[in-house]
Design a protein around this ligand. Sequence first.
Ligand code: DGY
Length: 320
Amino acid sequence: MKPKVLITRRIPEPIIDKIREVADVFIWEKEDIPIPRDLLETKIVEVEGLFCLLTESIDAQLLEKAKNLKVISNMAVGYNNIDIETATKKGILVTNTPDVLTETTADLTFALLMATARRLVEASDFLRAGQWQTWSPNLLTGQDIFGATIGIIGMGRIGEAVARRTKGFNMKLLYNNRNRKLEVEQELGATYVPFEELLRESDFILVMTPYTTETKNLITAEHFKLMKKNAILINTARGGIVNESDLYEALVKGEIWAAGLDVFEQEPISTDHPLLTLPNVVTLPHIGSASIATRMKMADLAADNLVQAIRGEMPLNLVN
Ligand code: DGY
């Protein structure tokens, strides 16, 4: 008898076939919404493999029921949705999908930076609403990107990929990270600066760090007060790293100029959230890695990791 695997959302058929070679597969595919928690709790009891997304909370309470589980393959590079400590104690392998989404996420980060600085969403809405009457010297003026100072918080793979993109815009590149990255300093002319100096000096502040207990609420009211009045905050990492109510206050008080957000504390963000009332906030529904090719690569890599673990091999992208 083949081991059982639960896949928590519809993924491309050839990738499911790959998993079917080693396992009996159950897929939650009724709708493109997260698997209901009670079904997840029922299914987790019998499966050896779990192919999941960042929308599933794989917490201690769920893992308690996972009597046969050997591997959790998360189709994301981030894995803050999984209780790694509990999984590790229970001998469950956890894998993620790094590298394949780096450039795509860096593209989106830069696109969001540019859209926020030059007010693209507001400008498009303005035109469609029939408000465009004439060319005007002050119409929808934004902030320059070329030659500006950018501060990247978290110089991991995606941070580095964003840093490479800044070169085409002749930006002054500052960064803060747990450790210095000498190769990035040499290759890209990046300057390592203390956290608060980065906040004080940057025109663009990019949040690119993983979401951990250390980075939760990394940016709060006191930090916005240090930033320039023309500063733009971009977050494509995880919502909880920036305190959203403090961000709202900072924007309303004019302590910073604008924000571009692809991620939120609660996803999906509620449509009556105060941040969505502000014209100087550009919001996206967590689409950093959402290119057709990259989503395919992520699903494929997550399947490979799962299959390797089910076969008793060491998966390529083990995180614990
Ligand atoms: C990730 O992989 O962690 C992104 O947030 C989604 O691609």
